[in-house]
Design a protein around this ligand. Structure first.
Ligand code: NAD
Length: 497
C-alpha cells in the first residue's frame, strides 16, 4: 500500500498511528498517511528555526524568483497534480485543475512581494525627522487546512507567509494529503531551502501541538466552524495571531427580473459542482415572489436531472463522489431530516449508485423545496449536492435571510436591477457578495474571508490582508540633526512641531 509520509528534512520517528486514504470513486483504500505528534512537530520547528533567518534576510526580489519558479513548476505539473488530487478527494479532474489554479494565482500575487512589502515613508515629519515603516516576518507560520481544497487553501497560506520571509509548517487534511506533499516537493525543486516549507500530517493531536507551541506565533485555519472556533480561542489564549475560517450556507437571491436561464445554469454549477463540497457553493436559493419560485423550480428540475455523475477521471462528469462513506451517510441523513421537517423532496439523491462503481461514495443531485428558516436542515451546513429552495415574499426577506443566518461566508443576488443589487450588497451581513456571480471568490489581489461563524479573527486570507497577517509592522522614527547647535533641532517628539 502507498505510504504518505511527512515532508521534512529531519528524519521522522516511526509513526505510531496511521490514517487510511480512500479512493472515493471506487470505495477502496488506496494509501495510508502517517499521523504525527508533538515530538515530530518539535523536529519540524527546530529545522524551521535553522532556515528561516537566512530566508528572511534574502532580498525580496530573490524570494520572488523562487515563487516564480514554483509557479512555473505547478503549471508544468498541472495535469498530474489534478489527477492525484481528484483520486483522493473525488472531485472531477477539471475541477481539481481549478483547485490548483486558484492557489497558483496566490503564488502569482506572491511573486510581487517586493512591491507589496514596501513600507510607508514620510520625509520631514519634523525637523531632521523621517518616519518609515517596514513589514517584518513573524518567524514560523502554521496552516491547518480542510479536505475540500487540498491545493488552493495551502497555497493561500504558505504562498503569502513564505514570500514575506517566514518558514511554514502545513498540517493538511489527513483525508487527501498527497497534493500538499507534492507541492512542498515542487517548492524545493523551485529553489526554496529545504525545511522552509514542511508538511506534517496528523489529526487533533498534531493540531493541539501546533496550537500550544510557543515558537509558532501565527496560525491560519480553514475548516468547519466548531473546529475553527476551538482553534481561534485556544490559539488566541496562548497569545497567537489566529485567523480561522469556518463553514458556510451561502444563499443565492433570485429577483423577479433575473434572467432565469442564466440563474439555472449558474446554480447547477454552484450548488452541485464538486458534489457541493465547497465553502462557496450555493446550497440555498431564495426566489423572491411565488411566481419567481414556480418559474425557477420548473426550469431547475430538468437541468438537475441532466447532471451527469461519474468517477473523478470521467471527463464528461459534472461531479464525482463525496469524500468518505461517513460523509455520504451524513448528507443522506440531512435529506431525511429535511423531509421529516416538512420540506418537499423534489429530486431525491439518496441511495444513488453508479453502475460499475457501486462501492463509490456517490450522492445523487437533490432538490428540496418549501424549506423554512426554522428547519435545522436550513440552519446547518450539509456540504453535499443538495439545493434547498426558501421562498421569500419580498426584497426585504432576501436581505434578512442571509443576514440573520449563523454563517456569513458568501451570498449572491441575481437581478437586472442595479439599484437593488447595489442596496443588497451594501446592507447584507455577509463577507463576500456576488452580483450575478454565483461563486464570488475574490481574485488573488483582493482578499478572502467570511463573517459570523464563517470567520473567526479579523484579518482575511491572501492579498495585502494575507501579507498583514503574516508580518509585523515596525514603525521607525529617525532623526538626523544637522548639528547646528542652536537648539532648533532639539528633540521634540512627540509633537514634531
Ligand atoms: P474539518 O473541520 O473536519 O477539518 C479541518 C482541519 O481541522 C483538518 O486539517 C483536520 O485534521 C483538523 N481537525 C479535525 N478535527 C479536529 C479537532 N477535533 N481538533 C483539531 N483539529 C481538527 O473540515 P473538513 O471537513 O476538512 O472541511 C470542510 C469544512 O471546511 C466545511 O465546513 C467547509 O465549509 C469548511 N471550509 C471553509 C472554507 C472557508 O474559507 N470558510 C473553505 C473551505 C472549507
Amino acid at each position: 500500500m502507498r505510504q504518505i509520509d511527512h515532508f521534512m528534512p529531519a528524519a521522522s520517528p516511526a509513526p505510531t498511528r496511521k490514517h487510511q486514504i480512500w479512493n472515493p470513486s471506487t470505495g477502496e483504500i488506496q494509501a495510508e498517511v502517517a499521523l504525527g505528534d508533538a515530538a515530530l512537530l518539535e523536529k519540524a520547528i527546530a529545522t524551521a528555526k535553522e532556515v528561516q533567518p537566512a530566508w528572511a534576510a534574502t532580498n525580496p526580489q530573490k524570494r520572488a524568483r523562487v515563487m516564480f519558479r514554483f509557479k512555473e513548476l505547478i503549471e508544468a505539473n498541472m495535469q498530474s497534480l489534478a489527477e492525484l488530487l481528484a483520486s483522493e478527494h473525488g472531485k472531477v479532474v477539471d475541477d481539481a485543475k481549478g483547485d490548483v489554479q486558484r492557489g497558483l494565482e496566490v503564488i502569482e500575487f506572491a511573486c510581487g512581494i517586493p512591491q507589496v512589502m514596501k513600507g510607508e515613508y514620510t520625509h520631514g515629519a519634523g525637523p531632521g525627522i523621517d518616519v518609515y515603516s517596514m513589514r517584518q516576518p513573524l518567524g514560523i507560520g502554521a496552516g491547518i487546512t480542510p479536505f475540500n481544497f487540498p491545493a488552493m487553501i495551502p497555497m493561500w497560506m504558505f504562498g503569502m507567509a513564505i514570500a514575506a520571509g517566514n518558514a511554514f509548517i502545513l498540517k493538511p487534511s489527513e483525508r487527501d494529503p498527497s497534493v500538499p506533499v507534492r507541492l512542498a516537493e515542487l517548492f524545493v525543486e523551485a529553489g526554496a531551502p529545504e525545511g522552509l516549507l514542511q508538511v506534517v500530517h496528523g489529526d487533533k493531536e498534531m493540531v493541539d501541538a501546533i496550537l500550544d507551541h510557543p515558537d509558532i506565533p501565527a496560525i491560519s485555519f480553514v475548516g468547519s466552524s466548531d473546529i475553527a472556533n476551538y482553534i481561534y480561542h485556544r490559539g488566541a489564549e496562548r497569545g497567537k495571531r489566529v485567523q480561522a475560517f469556518g463553514g458556510a450556507k451561502n444563499h443565492g437571491i433570485v429577483m423577479p427580473d433575473a434572467d432565469l436561464d442564466q440563474v439555472v445554469n449558474d446554480l447547477t454549477g454552484a450548488a452541485f459542482g464538486s458534489a457541493g463540497e465547497r465553502c462557496m457553493a450555493l446550497p440555498v436559493v431564495v426566489p423572491v415572489g411565488e411566481d419567481t419560485a414556480d418559474r425557477l423550480r420548473e426550469k431547475l428540475i430538468p437541468a438537475i436531472n441532466a447532471l451527469r455523475i461519474g468517477v473523478s477521471n470521467d471527463p464528461d462528469a459534472h461531479y464525482g463522489p463525496v469524500v468518505t462513506p461517513e460523509h455520504k451517510a451524513r448528507i443522506e441523513q440531512w435529506i431525511t431530516t429535511a423531509e421529516e421537517e416538512g420540506s418537499e423532496i423534489v429530486i431525491d439523491g439518496r441511495g444513488f449508485s453508479l453502475q460499475g462503481h457501486e462501492k463509490g461514495f456517490f450522492v445523487g443531485p437533490t432538490l428540496i423545496d418549501r424549506v423554512t428558516t426554522q428547519m435545522s436542515s436550513y440552519q446547518e451546513e450539509i456540504f453535499g449536492p443538495v439545493l434547498q429552495i426558501v421562498r421569500a415574499h419580498e426584497f426585504e426577506d432576501a436581505v434578512r435571510l442571509p443576514s440573520e443566518h449563523q454563517y456569513g461566508n458568501g451570498v449572491a443576488i441575481f437581478t437586472r436591477n442595479g439599484q437593488a443589487a447595489r442596496e443588497f450588497a451594501a446592507r447584507v451581513n455577509v463577507g463576500m457578495v456576488g452580483i450575478n456571480v454565483p461563486i464570488p471568490v475574490p481574485v488573488s489581489y483582493h482578499s478572502f474571508g467570511g463573517w459570523k461563524r464563517s470567520g473567526f479573527g479579523d484579518i482575511d486570507q491572501y492579498g495585502t490582508e494575507g501579507l498583514a497577517f503574516w508580518t509585523k509592522n515596525k514603525k521607525v522614527t529617525q532623526r538626523w540633526p544637522d548639528g547646528g547647535g542652536d537648539g532648533s533641532n532639539a528633540f521634540i517628539i512627540p509633537t514634531m512641531g
